[in-house]
Design a protein. Sequence first.
Length: 92
Amino acid sequence: MSQLQLSGKFVADIRQVLSQHDPAAQDPGVASQYLSAIIGFLLGQEGMPEPQKREVLEELMAFAAQVSDDVSRQQSEQQMASASGVWKPGMS
């Protein structure tokens, strides 16, 4: 796969376009369904053999799972970093 340039702004811009098309796409689940349908639509238009399309879909699903895991891990690490601090006893 190629090197992607993914950012929060890029994703927000795409979500905005989806929401302009269908306000229900403000929901992350609906937005994800649209993105999945777009992938299927693009692959469906390609003139490649069906087994190759299935292979591409499987690779993309595995890639999406990896990205989801990475983003979740990064968010968890950021929350942990912001929640840590030094405890000092109160003065009585």
